[in-house]
Design a protein around this ligand. Sequence first.
Ligand SMILES: C[S@@+](CC[C@H](N)C(=O)[O-])C[C@H]1O[C@@H](n2cnc3c(N)ncnc32)[C@H](O)[C@@H]1O
Length: 285
Amino acid sequence: MHSRDLTSSPPMQNERISAATRPSTERKKLRQPTRSEYLRKHMNRVSGYLRNPDATIIAALLAWQEKIGVRGHLCEIGVHHGRLFLILALSRQLNEKALAIDLFEDDGINLHQDGQAGRNGAMVRNANKLGIELSPAEILKGSSLDLTAENILERTGGPVRFFSVDGGHMYRHVENDMRLAHRCIASNGIIAADDFFFLKWPEVSFAVYDFMRTAPDVVPVFATSRKLYLAHRDFAPQVLDFIRTSPPPGIIVEYPTEILGNQIALLRISLFARAWQEIRSRFAR
Ligand SMILES: C[S@@+](CC[C@H](N)C(=O)[O-])C[C@H]1O[C@@H](n2cnc3c(N)ncnc32)[C@H](O)[C@@H]1O
């Protein structure tokens, strides 16, 4: 596939990228924040689309996987400025890799929007600012449509324990990216499919539904207003049990509903937590 490492761009080719990717020896060594410090103090300064409750839920799922001994790599298709991806990077345990896959180029939607342009360098700059070291192998610039699961597994070196699908939002992208995620996740891995319920992106819902019909070994477990979380059929009851019995602070687990015969929980943020987060994010801007 036509891809390249952002971290190894020739300096003259793209100044913004090269400035952000100076060798780490030239940069002041920073202590990277913990995952919860990132959520509390830094995430709102990173432009992007990830909202609560998903940030809190993803952090809780990753912490739970670590606690119960799930090992594997972390991957996101559709990274933008790294708002979600940096949670994955901060969750790497010994020998785990976090793989960022993106076109890393602005598109029409983002070009003129304040704070959302600059995909060609923003993620690496944000990582550098926080002292988060990423190896060249952890950044893959290119279209996921040109990727195979083997390309991803070669980069990570093994199955993925958390896979965020948030790349292109048309049917062909989502169908392709869900298939890639399916082929890469570990038996106790989790897939998060973005914008499953979002009116603006109706093709996402259709593509995810069609994917679920063709991959009965993976089932939906719970949903927020934006994302659908899936896991292997054998692992799904454990994930659901964790979410039901230990919901992250401020998250309410609502009545169950069904998707294609699978019972799923619906999660939302409490009014109090929403108000508190709104206040905090205003101060972060
Ligand atoms: C909604 S944004 C991702 C938001 C991000 N996950 C966050 O936390 O803010 C979608 C991203 O998908 C990327 N994208 C679109 N089409 C793609 C493709 N075919 N392959 C890889 N990435 C793609 C875009 O460049 C963009 O950065």
